[in-house]
Structure formats: structure tokens, C-alpha cells
Design a protein around this ligand. Sequence first.
Ligand SMILES: Nc1ncnc2c1ncn2[C@@H]1O[C@H](COP(=O)(O)OP(=O)(O)OP(=O)(O)O)[C@@H](O)[C@H]1O
Ligand SMILES: [Mg+2]
Length: 261
Amino acid sequence: MGKLLEIKNLSIQFRHGQTIVKAVEGVHLDIYENEILALAGESGSGKSVTALSITRILPETADIISGQVFFQGQDLLKVSKAQIEAIRGRDISYIFQEAAASLNPVLTVGRQIQESILLHQNISKKEALNAAVDLLRLVKLPDPEHILSSYAHQLSGGMNQRVMIAMALSSRPKLLIADEPTTALDVTIEAEVIRMLLELKAKMKFSILFITHNLALVEKFTQRAAIMFRGRIVEQADSKKIFSSPGHPHTEDLIRSIIRL
Ligand SMILES: Nc1ncnc2c1ncn2[C@@H]1O[C@H](COP(=O)(O)OP(=O)(O)OP(=O)(O)O)[C@@H](O)[C@H]1O
Ligand SMILES: [Mg+2]
């Protein structure tokens, strides 16, 4: 399997007035084609900051002080603003924890999916709406026509997250960055959504960077994992191996925390 994304020596810090807070330090991370890679670690360890830096959507107070992010032969940290904007949302898309909050409350779900399709494809509105129906089928939402005319607040958390996944996949991305996509859902729905993501990955052949603080999900659903601790990757290995013989005391702590749960 070829490498899809290669993060090298990435360091990021935040400016708080006169003080500087290091958030990510010397991170190396490889994502292969068609794999799901888990990025796990406690709250504040730098998972989201790493993920946001890939397409340069960090807050204004963040500075990337070193590193490279190679994607299809280019360093994304160096390409022009127009190029990164084209890559973002087309080749690399995101889903986040709060699906409902990412959706516009005053537009129907259908309008929003239609608009996200029209951003990337030169087709008619009618064709985009048909494509939206197909996408909703793909994410296994029953009665797509009904969903299209609904607003986010009329749907459950799990349904909204499926809508977000449909939108994120509308451009047929090569990499889906899923930042705690199921943390807000109850455990049964969480497992359903992750299983669906894995099926879609197999069918559409994209890679997933799956960010979580839940090592149980890592063991159950991923083959490879990177563990972050205080801004650094302390371990990057086969998920099963991480469980059977954790290579860092912090990983052991994370495993203990799920046993407690
Ligand atoms: N908007 C911000 N302003 C200032 N500092 C920030 C900001 N966002 C993140 N940080 C800093 O970066 C560090 C890493 O944060 P990040 O959001 O990447 O953690 P995380 O691993 O995603 O945690 P969580 O599991 O809670 O989502 C934090 O400890 C914090 O110091
Ligand atoms: Mg986070």
C-alpha cells in the first residue's frame, strides 16, 4: 500500500499574549491508502490541532513552526491559498463531533447536501438533488426524500452524523478526517456509524484518520494506531499490539481508563 499522507516533524504553538503554548511537537504520522488510522490520546494531547493543520484551518493564534505535510507529492503547508482551498473539501474532508452544530439550522438538509455537491461538480441543481438522494442511500438513511426536506433539529444525532458523512463524501475524497465523530452518540449508534464508515471506505476506497480518546474503538475498528501524549506521538503501531504490549506508560494509562469504564 502506498502512502497517502505523510506528516513530518510538525510543531505547532499558540500565542496567548506574551506567552507561547506548545500544542504539537515533532509529530511524524503516515497515513496509507485505503487504511483507517486511529489517532488516540487524552484530552488536550494535540489530536485536533494536528488534524486541522493538514488543510491549514487552525485558529489565527496558532503558528506552525516546523514541519511538512506531504500529500500527492506536494507539501500542503507550502502550496498556495487557492490550491489548499481546492484540496480542502475535495480531496480531504472532515467530520466533527457535533454534527447538528455543523449543519445550518435554517436550511433543509437537502439544500445543504445539494450545495456541497455543486461546489465540486459542474451539474444541474436537479442532478445534484438526485446525487444527494444517492448519497443518503449510501449512508443508509431510510426514506431519503423525507430527510432531504428536513431540518437538522428534526433529525436524531445519529441521523445528522450520517448526513454530515454524506456531505463529506460527496466530493469522493481520498482522505476523511473524522475528529471524534461518534463521541456525542450513544454506544449502539456509535458502533453502527463506525461500521458504516468502514463499509464505505472499502467500497469507495478512501483513507480515514480516526481521532478518538476511546481506545476500545481503536482496538475494535482499526488496524493501526498512533498514540499522542502532550503534543507528541509516543507510539505508532499495530492496534492489537498496542493493547497486548503497550510501548509507553501513557498508553497503559489510556488502556486502564477504558477498563475502568
Ligand atoms: N484555540 C486554541 N487556543 C489556544 N490554545 C489551544 C487552542 N486549541 C488548542 N489549544 C492548545 O493545544 C493543545 C492541544 O489541543 P487539541 O485541541 O489538539 O487537543 P485534543 O487532543 O484534540 O483534545 P480533545 O480530546 O479534548 O479534543 C491544548 O492543550 C491547548 O493547549
Ligand atoms: Mg480534539
